[in-house]
Write a protein of this length. Sequence first.
Length: 254
Amino acid sequence: MFIDTHTHFYDEWLAPDAEAAWERAVAAGVGKMIQADIDSSERPGMFEFGRRHKGTVFQMLGLYPGSVREDWKEEIDKMLPWRDEGIVAVGEIGLDYHEGREFEKEQKEAFRTQLELAAQWDLPINIHLRDAWEDFFRILEDCRHLHLRGDLHCFSGSYEVYERARRSGDFSLGIGGVVTFKKAALQDVVRRVPIEHLLLETDAPYLAPVPHRGERNESAYIPLIAAKVAELKGLSIEEVEEKTTSNAQNLFGI
């Protein structure tokens, strides 16, 4: 069994075909899938899909940095009633300056608040980062006392960034379709990182792997990502399946 540790069945690009996409994933051997939360506007749809597929689809709870505005505290309050819905992580949370830094202060505050919630709830964190590595590490260092664990979703950093993250907490790397791209620097990182610290993900419906690059992504493509990881690490695809599934089960408790 494979596990997709980051997907979005409720996304408007995938939602009209979500049931069929779920069936294709299960048929491809992807027995468990974890949906990452974005904000209050999409959360009900996420949980509804999860309820329909209990046992195979699991949910995170979090405020995505791209959704952080002046009202971020109200958005955090809207999260809290969902706490008892059996969530497996706080995510996807983090920092994203790719589209600008207008809400940089709010993003940092929301991120710190959610790290504290994760520690309080004894849950792993699922981190989204773009163009904000130094601020991320400053906050992580400040929060070292929280003894955080989790994964860096859609990892795009260097091996040195991986090492730095490991010094700040018990972090794994989420490896998605980008690893299959011909000139992806991520390939060198995957070669060097121990398989015990790797997770498979799609981020569906985005970032589809080769040969579907540019198309809509879905969880059924996890075996394509696993095959590339196996090639890079000189392992069989069965070994990658076994190890990454065990990693995901241990981190998320599923």
